[in-house]
Design a protein around this ligand. Structure first.
Ligand code: THU
Length: 136
């Protein structure tokens, strides 16, 4: 699966965003080791804090279906769905990635047109807390 194709899936997922409060529509496409792709969107709430990010929606769907091995995630988002720049994952989502992914898990952050930035989980979440390192 190319980064471009995964970003395309994230754009499709963004169309499902429920964001009546912030107006920020976000989509994610999570690539599992077996090639399965899970889409996710942000789902907001009138009480704000129960809001779920697009990335976590994708992860939780995949984990529920039995997936534990992941290769990459593409993320796109912007005000009213307009992609004006790369959309980096929030800290909570980075920590959820840490739970299931190795250092070389790749995060593609899609921007305007065909542009995107790519970083590894190790780059986005250095010196992280994870079960494998801290709970033995
Ligand atoms: N959001 C995501 O979906 N993913 C992130 O990594 C950062 C933020 C959503 C949550 C909220 O619905 C909106 O973007 C504005 O914060």
């Amino acid at each position: 699966m190319t980064p471009e194709k995964l970003i395309e899936q994230a754009k499709k997922a963004m169309s499902h965003a429920y964001a009546p409060y912030s107006g920020y529509k976000v989509g994610a496409a999570l690539l599992c080791a077996d090639g399965t792709v899970y889409g996710g969107c942000n789902i907001e709430n009138a009480s704000y804090s129960p809001t779920n990010c697009a990335e976590r929606t994708a992860f939780f769907k995949a984990v529920y279906d039995g997936h534990r091995d992941f290769q990459a995630i593409a993320i796109v988002g912007g005000k009213n769905g307009a992609l004006t720049g790369a959309f980096p994952p929030c800290g909570v989502c980075r920590q959820v990635m840490r739970e299931f992914c190795r250092d070389d898990f790749v995060i593609y952050m899609g921007g305007p047109g065909e542009s995107y930035q790519s970083m590894t989980l190790a780059e986005l979440l250095p010196c992280s807390f994870s079960a494998s390192e801290h709970m033995n």
